[in-house]
Write a protein that binds this ligand. Structure first.
Ligand code: MG
Length: 247
């Protein structure tokens, strides 16, 4: 794990702002009839126009600049010809590298009008992130953060994916430490000023179990129920956590 200096965190805020800008551009493009590949193009063009590099493109052989995951797809959906339909939910995960540092953020958006159940899943997943933020401070441990996310999700009747977790972020898209969205309060690594991590609850409406499709990337829920994702890159400070993927 590397602790970042204030100067490095300032660069990460720039990378994060581009990441978030690309995500907002994607949100504005989401509508019934658009393909996941068209969303990917919006993201890629935004990142390149900002003078940054899409972090995901080519990562482990991934072909997209964004991961675009629909309905029961949890994460790592490959952009392609799939058309979004009214009532779908779409999780878009974006990474951008600027001046040597990565930003990483994700949101789940509604496509047209969606069911009340689907909206509640999106809302609870977002709140899970903010429940975690209450413990993203010096004096707490990663287990406190994970436990807060898990408890909020499970109290709402949803489940937390275990196979995929948050991570350190910086000069590498993924670096230590692991940041699980579950855990035991009082356990795990202590949070330190200068840590930069991506906190990204992945919350399922049904079972927490997942499987990977034959394409080798797309992770889906085992029972086909919807899944939502909410992610920001953050920095641990001497006070409140700083959200790096803000504009
Ligand atoms: Mg991430």
């Amino acid at each position: 794990m590397t602790l970042k200096s204030p100067q490095e965190i300032a660069v990460m805020r720039q990378a994060g702002a581009i990441t978030r800008g690309a995500l907002d551009a994607a949100r504005q493009a989401v509508r019934p009839g658009i393909t996941t590949l068209e969303i990917d193009k919006v993201v890629e063009e935004y990142i390149l126009a900002a003078g940054a590099v899409p972090s995901f493109k080519g990562y482990g052989g991934f072909t997209g600049s964004a991961c675009v995951s629909v309905n029961e797809q949890v994460v790592h959906g490959i952009p392609g010809e799939r058309v979004l339909n009214e009532g779908d939910i779409v999780s878009i995960d974006v990474g951008a590298m600027f001046n040597g540092f990565h930003g990483d953020a994700a949101r789940t958006y509604s496509v047209g009008r969606i069911s009340a159940d689907a909206q509640r899943l999106i809302d609870v997943t977002r709140q899970c992130f903010y429940e975690g933020m209450r413990y993203a401070k010096v004096g707490y441990r990663l287990g406190d953060l994970g436990a807060a996310i898990q408890q909020y999700a499970e109290n709402a009747g949803f489940s937390v994916v275990r196979e995929l977790i948050g991570h350190g972020v910086g000069r590498n898209l993924h670096e230590p430490p692991d940041v699980p969205n579950y855990g035991i309060a009082g356990h795990g690594q202590r949070l330190q000023q200068g840590m930069t991590i991506a906190v990204e609850p992945m919350i399922n409406a049904g079972t927490r179990r997942v499987r990977t499709l034959k394409d080798g990337w797309t992770v889906v829920t085992a029972d086909g129920a919807y899944s939502a994702h909410y992610e920001n890159s953050i920095a641990i400070t001497d006070g409140e956590p700083m959200i790096l993927t803000a504009i």
